[in-house]
Design a protein around this ligand. Sequence first.
Ligand code: HEM
Ligand code: HEM
Length: 166
Amino acid sequence: MDRSNQVSFSVPQRVLHWATALLVFFNLLLPDGMEQWRRAMRQTGSATPEQVSSANIHAYVGIAILALVALRLILRFTQGVPPDPTREPAIFRLAAKIAHFGLYALLIGMPLTGIGAYYFGNGTAGDIHADVLKVVMWVLIAGHVGGALVHQFYWKTNVLRRMTVG
Ligand code: HEM
Ligand code: HEM
């Protein structure tokens, strides 16, 4: 379905956006189980079953994010998205496009580098995951949420509405 003349994201697109946001914040804010597993592996070469269980939560949440983003991209290509809000200057429309593209890239890159580190013992992937992509993700999310707030309160456009109640 072409959404170029629709005002909102479809209900499945909205549900997927907020489910993904929740899972991303969980993994960004509570990676302690995974970090304890990594410390134990570095120091002793093995981890207790409890440490493996809590690390697995981080891994499964991250793999769920990868599955949800695949579904989201399929919906994006089949259903389309509403047109850009027209009240913002062109430069900000471009910034939003780049940020959204970057967020999608991170929603794929974060899980893939995590899988490389956790299941294949690739230290470089772990460093990219924990030191580089994590920081880029925080920066993009801050810009993304900031942009949404500027829309809501400065340009007074309906972007928050079209990703929430529709
Ligand atoms: C979007 C999904 C994900 C997010 C937002 C995320 C976030 C994080 C964060 C914040 C850390 C702690 C970094 C630090 O400050 O040291 C971390 C570490 C780690 N995560 Fe993830 N993660 C995700 C997916 C995954 C997946 C799917 C796996 C594995 C299957 C994974 C495996 C790891 C490992 C092994 C570490 C320790 C890396 C190291 O320090 O060498 N992550 N992750
Ligand atoms: C409180 C947090 C958040 C708010 C208020 C928010 C708000 C929004 C809004 C209003 C849109 C629609 C933009 C438009 O109409 O063009 C949107 C789109 C999007 N959001 Fe968020 N978001 C949040 C968190 C996140 C997080 C954590 C991620 C991923 C890491 C994310 C990824 C995306 C992506 C990729 C799009 C583009 C959708 C598309 O056009 O296909 N958001 N967000």
